[in-house]
Design a protein around this ligand. Structure first.
Ligand code: ATP
Length: 354
């Protein structure tokens, strides 16, 4: 299996710069997510790893060997497009064995290899069935089988579950993750779905407008977003942003927000100017005794929790509280923020202050 390194990689299409200078490393065996909104450059980045696009500048390494200018056929990695793309005139065995036949592998070895892969994917019983009548899940397993059978160094997947309905998508993503845990094959997976990225990924790269905004394990990206874009893109409802202007006094760990002191982590003392306080809805506590106030605008019942939208002097704010909490629309309540969970951003650059 393989480590993949992207080093200062840039891609231009004519005068349009689709990927700005990107650098990150995908370690051997990782399930790695390329996450971002439509048009951010994630597919282009994946296609450059596969050799389907060549970088305008920068270098791509697979296991330490530079492959940036090599064609796809020499990279030994499998690109899984939409998983449903099967050869309709062949049966399951024909579909899975196709890549080996085109390599000229002897028949007996093909048979053994296909049966081994079928076993891993749980499709042994349907090997001789035509693909036309298969269920969606089986079609997907067969498409995966066709990628796995070659023993590639890595799998590259572009929104493989994109076309599926929510329930089926969840089941398939669990299966895909379980398969990865068994095979430990380096997998790079493109998605615009932050929840899917958080659930499935060992690591995530978050991209926006061709820029790598952050790169790390899901929990760090959620807890310590590097930019306001990441903070807003990850998490639902997203992080709250309260804009204010002020100075975080040296020696103190409080910030004045509309004349109210709010505790912030001591590490960001001394920050000043136009700042934004970021706090996730689950880290806002409704507390009548707290001096910072908000007026309840709406409540949204979600089963075990409810989302309360409040109007504050610094703009709207959402709190996630227990459903059992009694919250009445139209009333005013105090709000407390857990200092350990606050992120401060500078307003101009949108960068987190650490
Ligand atoms: P999506 O999820 O919509 O596919 P993405 O994040 O994968 O988005 P890319 O497909 O990488 O984005 O595209 C990044 C930008 O580059 C887009 O603005 C797209 O229009 C542009 N682009 C991609 N391929 C080409 C091309 N062959 N020629 C010109 N522009 C392109």
């Amino acid at each position: 299996m393989a480590q993949i390194r992207i080093e200062n990689v840039r891609k231009d299409f004519g005068s349009f710069n689709a990927v700005k200078s990107s650098t990150f490393t995908i370690e051997d065996g990782e399930f790695f997510m390329l996450l971002g909104p439509s048009g951010c450059g994630k597919t282009t980045t994946l296609r450059m790893m596969a050799g389907l696009e060549l970088p305008t500048s920068g270098r791509i390494f697979i296991d330490g060997e530079e492959v940036g200018q090599k064609p796809a056929s020499q990279r030994d990695i499998a690109f899984v497009f939409q998983m449903f793309a099967l050869y309709p005139h062949m049966n399951v065995r024909g579909n899975i064995s196709y890549p080996l036949k085109s390599q000229g592998m002897p028949r007996a070895r093909i048979k053994a290899k296909v049966e081994e892969v079928a076993e891993i994917l749980g499709v042994t019983d349907i090997l001789d069935r035509p693909v036309g009548g298969l269920s969606g899940g089986d079609r997907q397993r067969v498409a995966l089988g066709r990628a796995i059978v070659r023993d590639p160094k890595a799998f590259l997947m572009d929104e493989p579950l994109g076309a599926l309905d929510a329930e089926f998508r969840e089941r398939m993503s669990e299966e895909l993750r379980a398969l990865h845990d068994r095979m430990k094959a380096t997998t790079v997976y493109v998605t615009h779905d932050q929840l899917e990225a958080m659930q499935m990924g060992d690591k995530i790269v978050v991209m926006n407008h061709g820029v790598v905004e952050q790169f790390g394990v899901p929990q760090d990206i959620y807890d310590w977003p590097a930019t306001r874009f990441v903070a807003q893109f990850i998490g639902s409802p997203p992080m709250n942003f309260l804009d204010f202007e002020g100075v975080i006094g040296a020696g103190g760990d409080e910030v004045r927000l509309s004349d109210v002191e709010v505790k912030v982590p001591p590490s960001i003392e001394g920050a000043k100017g136009k700042l934004t306080l970021g706090v996730r809805p689950e880290h806002v506590t409704l507390d009548d005794d707290a001096p910072y106030r908000g007026r309840v605008m709406t409540t949204e019942y979600l089963g075990t929790t409810q989302i309360v939208t409040l109007d504050t002097a610094n703009g709207p704010l959402k709190a996630r509280v227990a459903s059992a909490a009694r919250v009445e629309v139209g009333t005013t309540t105090g709000l407390r923020f857990d200092a350990r969970t606050i992120t401060l951003f500078d307003q101009q650059e949108g960068r987190a202050l650490r």
